[in-house]
Design a protein around this ligand. Structure first.
Ligand SMILES: NC(=O)C1=CN([C@@H]2O[C@H](COP(=O)(O)OP(=O)(O)OC[C@H]3O[C@@H](n4cnc5c(N)ncnc54)[C@H](OP(=O)(O)O)[C@@H]3O)[C@@H](O)[C@H]2O)C=CC1
Ligand SMILES: Nc1nc(=O)c2c([nH]1)NC[C@@H]1CN(c3ccc(C(=O)N[C@@H](CCC(=O)O)C(=O)O)cc3)C=[N+]21
Length: 301
């Protein structure tokens, strides 16, 4: 039984954990082959200041890295670190041959310019694909190092078996780390993509005609059964903490899973859907970064 009260055996639920296990097994295979010729460096995961939402992600990154056989270095920097100190540390990591890749968790403290730090991560070590150069590659359909959650959403649509070419997809949310990259990745697969945000006059007008709805907003129960075409696939990226009347605290997505699963053909539960696949994509990006560094002559034999 998942948190959302839906049995994991429900055939309408896409099992994110199963997709994670499949992807991590593939990465593990590539890591052991790569390690035969030269050591695979460590994945450095940077959090600046404490944040509960990041803690879950980083804990699962550590588990994913262990499953993939990738050395993992979790760094928690003080929230009083200055922009210059943070940038200097990142530039040092860029030049270390024993560092395979760098991910900077969001949010960062208000005094830190995350866009500037993101740009300081060298594109060959940017395992989250958030350096503008990496994002730019997506426009050129080079999607090998894409933002992990966006790529996870594409992976989960593929899991339905639907042919993405010409598929009517509605992306609800247009953030720089999820909504917009996801829209570009889906376009790269040949989907017809509509992007909605808070200025969209009627989200339902778009979502009701979609073969696939991807939602990354951050509002519990934003998507109800009346907003989904019967049989459509629903990819729920939202992560929201809700407190039940009896005081139980739960994590739910942006979709009213219980009600929407009666209408949808497929739906990703929260937890147990996009989250685990995000972790697996991060590990896949890490071994891709290693291969790109070799191709660029960065790693000596
Ligand atoms: N599972 C995972 O791996 C990850 C999950 N998340 C989760 O995804 C959710 C979104 O995060 P993130 O992508 O950073 O987005 P942001 O929180 O940065 O922004 C929310 C987005 O939703 C849009 N929006 C707000 N209200 C509405 C509405 N009523 N209808 C349509 N669109 C609306 C906003 O549009 P506008 O800008 O115009 O206001 C904005 O594009 C969060 O719950 C976050 O926790 C995020 C990262 C990874
Ligand atoms: N630069 C950056 N990139 C991100 O992708 C990013 C970020 N910052 N900041 C925080 C958010 C949140 N996020 C999660 C990813 C996976 C789970 C995850 O593994 N969820 C499990 C939780 C299960 C459990 O409790 O272990 C699940 O949904 O099944 C959660 C949260 C990525 N984020």
């Amino acid at each position: 039984m998942t948190e959302s009260g839906v049995t994991a055996r429900d055939h309408r639920l896409i099992d994110g954990k199963a997709v994670q296990n499949r992807l991590l097994a593939e990465v593990r295979e590539q890591v052991s082959r790569a390690s035969a010729t030269r050591p695979v460096g460590r994945l450095v995961s940077i959090s600046i200041g404490p944040s509960p939402e990041i803690a879950v992600y980083v804990r699962n990154q550590a588990r994913g890295a262990a499953a993939a056989g990738i050395p993992f270095d979790q760094q928690l920097w003080s929230e009083s670190i200055t922009q210059d100190e943070a940038k200097h540390l990142i530039l040092e990591l860029n030049d270390r041959p024993d560092v395979l890749g760098i991910i900077l968790q969001r949010p960062v403290p208000a005094h830190i310019n995350v866009r500037s730090l993101q740009s300081a991560i060298h594109p060959l070590k940017d395992v989250e694909g958030m350096n503008p150069a990496s994002i730019g590659n997506i426009v050129y359909n080079d999607v090998a190092l894409a933002p992990c959650t966006a790529a996870a959403a594409v992976e989960l649509v593929r899991e339905t078996g639907l042919d993405l070419k010409g598929l009517e997809v509605v992306m609800i949310g247009h953030s720089e780390i999820v909504g917009k990259p996801a829209a570009f990745l889906l376009m790269a697969e040949g989907a017809t993509v509509t992007v909605c945000h808070h200025m969209t006059r009627s989200v339902a007008m778009h979502s009701r005609r979609a073969d696939v709805v991807v939602v990354a907003v951050g509002k519990a129960h934003l998507i109800g059964p009346d907003m989904i075409k019967p049989g459509a696939a629903v990819i729920d990226i939202g992560i929201n903490q809700v407190t039940d009347p009896d005081g139980t605290v739960r994590i739910v997505g942006d979709v009213d899973t219980e009600k929407v699963k009666e209408v949808a053909g497929w739906i990703t539960p929260v937890p147990g859907g996009v989250g685990p696949v995000t972790v697996a994509i991060l590990m896949r990006n890490a071994i891709v970064a290693h291969q790109r560094q070799i191709a660029a002559g960065w790693l000596k034999d």
